[in-house]
Design a protein around this ligand. Structure first.
Ligand code: ATP
Length: 803
């Protein structure tokens, strides 16, 4: 068993880092070298073939003796040329073998000048070109096989043999028909040719010729010509008006819009008024829209391009705590526990029909099927007694196990094994997880790796008494994301009042962290600054909602997919949006010092931010109700609890007991709203995190941390803001709006005057300094001190006349 496990981990080791394997890419230098190689190779082929056509007879004799140095070949490329010609032309596809040379040269040119504007074929297009090119080659060689008698070189051996094969089975006529059919299929599929297209083409050509012809004539003759035409088309007195005029005749079509109408003119007769019938030609289908053309030419937008050489941390940076050891529970322990459970229950007159054990890393689950007629609540009530009899900490009774109808008793193992971060990161479940933000928490009680998507949670509340593994848990979350997401895809906003836990992540500031533009440190340790950051995130959220709305996308995933497919123009303010993960360690501290001021933006973010890719992880030691308020709880359906002191704490976090019975050291309960799952959190030690951040930090980074929108606190205007000459140009307009609406809010100005947040904030400060609006009142709008526009006029005039 142990051996099996170690080989398993070895194979997975090779697969890491995750992305490095899946996204194979050439560097620019490699591209140029490979491109040059292919161009030269293509030229060698082309020259060999051409020369072979001329000299094949004389070189025939030496083909079997190419190894003899003294022999001289007539081919321009000597023996190599003779050999290539023989293989590809004579034994191969005849003159159709040129296809290979041409395709090789095109591929070489593409690689060589991939970035230039002249040749910008995408990889997809190149592979399409090869497939169609090779098919065409085979077809041509089979076709030329018909003329084998005349010249064996035309179709080569392959062409001849295939052709012969066809004729043997379906005869000459059959072979010709099959060849015709394949040619039609090729043209329809490759060139998208349809009968309509061909007839349209001829029609427009005919119209062109006619218009050219007409252009040469004087305009005065036009009417007569029309009449002539009409007459000649009149059949037995019946008027069949039929003059096809050129589509782009300026006199008829004022605004030439595609598709151009074909005009039929009906000339006026004595009793009939002339009428023009516009027949709109069928609109041509645009199969390649502009965006798909962009994608074809340049490939999908790659957000990771700026740091394209970024290397994911290798798995070796993580320590293997198990060192080949697997679960260490022994038979005796199992048997003893079982006996005691059976005995204890017997004492309370509970009979057992069946008992099974599942061994987990820290606890073993004994699943009991009670005898018929035993009430489950009875067992539940005996929880403490059973725990006492088993004399072990951390017995948790699950009665019944949801979906199973059995009763679970979890008993801690005497020698719990550590679940290493390495083992969960290396697990196929994590490596293959197709999640936006995969998190490998640890292992479940049945020893399965537990991976969840933070983006689906969509926010996480983490609690646990001090020393029970909360910080390790946070590190496990962050490590999971560092092992799976490129710096372009996710950004962290870290709040760490303890100032020690998350400091290591400073090293990856310019890769993975986001911060306010004016702040020096990316990791926020000062509670007063948290408020600005939270408000800034709210602004980011609003802005993201706006651009999502404009792009007509419902969430960040759709938006980014659309952006990658080049359907959104960066010139209109669109950009690839990274996920933002806000981590607050020690939330209780924050609530104690800043209170409502942080609760409001947190609740707002928690309520609204899921769709636009902002996710919150909030950790606290003190899970009391004044920290984890109803508002917070309502918006954090996913919760994790490490061991807590009391049952009430467990209730506060999980809405049920259980967390007080955990055994600590990373033993945790996870719920996403319904069932509660017991997990042994993966262990990642500080030196390991340090190695990872060092590894990432030593690589090329962005010039700065990801900048969040600027936020100016609404602390209020000062006398400095009250210099009339320095007021904003829109001050008066803003004052009017505020007075009319009787609502002093910056966001109102933002909307009405289409201003940025900062400018609107400044104007509000100036309005406050002038005495038009009242002071900052937290989440409420400011009071407006001027009742109507007339009073405002008087007020401002007085102000002007003041000395
Ligand atoms: N998943 C785990 N597996 C094994 N041991 C663990 C695990 N998590 C934590 N421990 C042990 O518990 C100790 C305390 O963990 P940790 O520092 O995460 O606690 P904490 O809850 O964050 O405490 P504090 O709130 O004081 O920071 C660790 O040093 C480690 O020895």
């Amino acid at each position: 068993m142990a051996r099996k496990k170690s080989t398993k981990s070895k194979t997975v080791k090779k697969k890491s880092p995750i992305k490095a394997v899946t996204s194979f890419k050439l560097t620019r230098l490699q591209e140029v070298i490979a491109g040059s190689f292919l161009i030269i190779l293509g030229l060698i082929l082309a020259l060999s073939f051409t020369s072979f056509l001329l000299t094949w007879r004389e070189d025939q004799s030496i083909l079997g003796r190419l190894g003899e140095r003294e022999l001289v070949a007539g081919n321009w490329l000597s023996k190599l040329g003779a050999w290539l010609g023989d293989v590809f032309v004579y034994d191969g596809f005849g003159i159709a073998a040129y296809s290979i040379a041409i395709l090789t040269i095109i591929t070489g040119l593409y690689l060589f000048a991939a970035k230039s504007e002249v040749i910008s074929l995408s990889r997809k297009r190149i592979s399409k070109l090869w497939i169609w090119g090779l098919l065409l080659m085979v077809w041509v060689s089979v076709f030329l096989g018909f003329f084998h008698e005349r010249n064996a070189l035309l179709g080569g051996k392959v062409g001849y043999e295939l052709n012969d094969f066809l004729q043997d089975y379906i005869g000459l006529i059959g072979a010709i028909l099959v060849m015709a059919l394949t040619a039609i299929i090729y043209m329809v599929m490759r060139l998208k040719l349809t009968p309509e297209k061909i007839s349209n083409y001829f029609k427009s050509k005919a119209a062109d010729i006619k218009s050219d012809f007409k252009d040469d004539e004087a305009p005065a003759t036009e009417i007569t010509e029309l009449e002539e035409d009409w007459k000649s088309n009149t059949v037995e007195g019946k008027e069949t008006p039929l003059t096809v005029e050129p589509a782009d005749e300026p006199t008829v079509v004022e605004t030439p819009k595609p598709p151009q109408p074909i005009i039929k003119s009906i000339p006026a007769t004595d009793d009939d008024l002339g009428m023009e019938i516009q027949q709109i030609a069928d609109e041509e289908e645009v199969i390649d829209s502009k965006s798909s053309k962009l994608v074809e030419d340049f490939g999908e937008f790659d957000p990771t391009l700026e740091l394209s050489n970024f290397q994911f941390p290798p798995i070796d940076l993580l320590k293997d705590y198990t060192q080949g050891r697997t679960l260490t529970i022994n038979e005796e322990e199992l048997q003893a526990n079982k006996d005691r459970i059976v005995e204890t229950l017997k004492n309370y007159k509970i009979g057992i029909a069946k008992i099974t054990a599942t061994i987990g890393p820290t606890v073993t689950l004994y699943e009991i099927v009670p005898e018929a007629g035993v009430r489950i609540s009875k067992i539940k009530n005996l929880e403490d007694d059973i725990a006492l009899s088993l004399a072990a900490l951390g017995i948790r009774i699950i009665a019944p196990i949801p979906g199973k109808g059995t009763i679970g008793i979890e008993v801690p193992n005497q020698n719990p094994s550590i679940v290493s971060m390495r083992s969960v990161i290396a697990s196929p479940k994590f490596q293959k997880a197709e999640m936006a933000l995969p998190i490998a928490f640890g292992k479940t009680i049945s020893n399965e790796t537990f991976v969840v998507d933070l983006a689906k949670m969509p926010h996480l509340l983490m609690a646990g008494a001090t020393g029970q593994g909360k910080s390790v848990g946070l590190n496990a979350v962050l490590t999971s994301l560092l092992y799976s997401k490129h710096p372009a895809e996710v950004k962290f906003v870290l709040v760490d009042p303890k100032k020690v836990e998350l400091t290591l992540f400073n090293k990856i500031e310019r890769h993975y962290l986001a911060k306010l533009p004016d702040s020096e440190d990316a990791i926020i340790t000062d509670n007063s600054k948290v408020i600005n950051t939270l408000n800034s995130l709210c602004i980011e959220m609003d802005q993201r909602y706006d651009i999502l709305k404009e792009a007509m996308c419902r969430n960040i995933k759709e938006y980014n997919a659309k952006f990658k497919a080049r359907k959104l123009n960066p010139a209109n303010g669109h950009k690839f949006l990274p996920y933002i993960v806000l981590v607050v360690d020690e939330f209780a501290d924050l609530i104690m010092t800043a209170g409502k001021e942080v609760e409001t933006p947190i609740a707002r973010l928690a309520q609204l931010a899921r769709a636009i890719g902002i996710h919150l992880i909030i950790a606290t030691q003190r899970p009391s109700v004044n920290v984890i308020t109803g508002m917070i709880k309502a918006n954090f359906p996913a919760r994790v609890s490490f061991r807590v002191q009391q049952k009430v704490d467990s209730r506060t976090i999980l809405d049920s007991g259980g967390a007080d019975q955990l055994i600590g050291r990373g033993d945790m309960l996870y719920t996403a709203g319904n069932e509660i799952i017991r997990i042994q959190c993966a262990f990642v030690d500080t030196p390991e995190v340090e190695k990872i951040t060092d590894f990432i930090g030593s690589q090329k980074a962005y010039p700065d941390a990801h900048l969040l929108p600027e936020y100016v606190g609404e602390e209020g205007g000062t006398a400095i803001d009250n210099i009339i000459e320095e007021r904003d140009a829109k001050f008066r307009e803003a004052a009017d709006i505020i007075v009319i609406a009787q609502q002093g809010s910056a966001s109102l100005l933002q909307r009405k005057l289409k201003l940025g947040y900062n400018r609107a904030g400044r104007i509000i400060d100036q309005l406050e300094a002038a005495g038009i609006v009242g002071g900052f009142e937290g989440s409420k709008a400011r009071q407006v001190l001027i009742p109507d526009l007339a009073s405002l006029e008087v007020f401002l005039n007085e102000e002007k006349n003041r000395p």
